[in-house]
Design a protein around this ligand. Structure first.
Ligand code: ZN
Length: 171
């Protein structure tokens, strides 16, 4: 239930039920769908380590994250991987270097509004370029050995599960 939406944006009538799928107005014929958003997360790997970012923004500020973000309109998931890594880390990886791994559902609350996402996880080799951190979103980056990863330090349930699955493929 999305509590911030109280009135029909078409006629102003009170809305009493807006779940995560559909808002329908009891007064006019407005029907509005809130669809699941696509987001990507990338396991950037080098030898036996993967690259984590440290979130500098809520939700989950200070916790570990993977590079990634929401897919823009008219963008493929691989293009999202490329764009987000370029924005967050200053590194450009060709879109054909992102290999699909697994998907997980996630809840992402931003400024009091809950969003449902489907996070698509990709794997890519780190290209050994210098990282330039985008400081508004990322506090730091950490290379962590697969055997030293502490899943509880990862902010989002979906990405904790992604990393857990990745660790299993490495054993
Ligand atoms: Zn209405």
């Amino acid at each position: 239930m999305i509590k911030s939406f109280k009135f029909c944006p078409n006629c102003g009538h009170s809305i009493d039920t807006f779940d995560f799928r559909r808002m329908s107005c009891p007064n006019c014929d407005l029907v509005y769908y809130q669809n699941v958003a696509t987001a990507v997360a990338v396991i950037l790997k080098k030898d036996d380590k993967i690259l984590f970012t440290v979130r500098n923004k809520d939700p989950k500020k200070g916790m570990l994250d993977l590079a990634g973000g929401f897919t823009d309109p008219d963008e493929s998931a691989e293009e999202t991987c490329q764009r987000e890594i370029q924005e967050e880390l200053g590194i450009k990886i060709p879109t054909n270097q992102f290999k699909y791994f697994i998907s997980k559902p996630n809840n992402y609350e931003y400024k009091g509004i809950p969003y449902k996402t489907c996070d698509l996880a990709y794997i890519a080799d780190f290209p050994n370029e210098d990282i330039i951190i985008e400081k508004e979103e990322i506090a730091d980056v950490k290379w962590i050995k697969i055997s030293d990863i502490k899943l509880e330090e990862i902010g989002f349930d979906s990405l904790r599960s992604v990393v857990e699955n990745y660790i299993k493929t490495q054993q």
